[in-house]
Design a protein around this ligand. Sequence first.
Ligand code: TYD
Length: 207
Amino acid sequence: MKSSPSFYVVFEGIDGAGKSSQIQRLAHFLKDELGDKRPILKTFEPTGGSFGQEIRRRAKAGPVMSAQEELDLFVQDRREHVEETLAPALKAKKIILQDRSFYSTVAYQGSRPELGQSLEDLLQVNDFAPKPDLVVLLDLPAEIGLKRVKQRGQADAFEQVERQRKVRENFLELADERFLTVDATLSEEEIAHVVAARVSEMLKDKL
Ligand code: TYD
């Protein structure tokens, strides 16, 4: 019997888009559908590794990073993630559900004019990162995302309305045939339903 290929899904969106709850829901859906047939790996960027920790620490405490430092840290973190986690998981043909990816670097670092890099340049910097089979873009207005983040008491340097607007615009510009763009102002259930339908369709012939 032919073994199933890997299936790599990335969730993207501005802060407060609701990625983590949707990843939880999709993981449950897949477990219900597949049982233990296929291992599922949940992972995220920035990672919990040393570069990821440095990013979180500096975003919360300052001093504010230069745009170039920020880009370098995200890319170093991603190189480590690809090498240590993603490449082996893809090779082992796992189902991978990932919270943020190189698309976040392109959208967020691409929102800093002082960096002077176009979306195209940033895509090239991230050329080493594997391309997902599906990108779920949870799309919503910056004001609504920020309101949700503030309710959680988590606002930090990445989270200002002008910046989030630009980030949203960048994500929408990046959306190609790999993307499923979902209105993230819908209810959690409705969003989960749309995502599960697409994933089922894509996995139909691959199990
Ligand atoms: P986030 O997923 O919100 O992590 P946490 O839930 O731990 O706060 O990511 C933190 C911030 O980092 C978020 O505002 C988006 C930003 N970010 C970038 O600017 N570039 C990147 O490449 C990535 C992965 C994230």
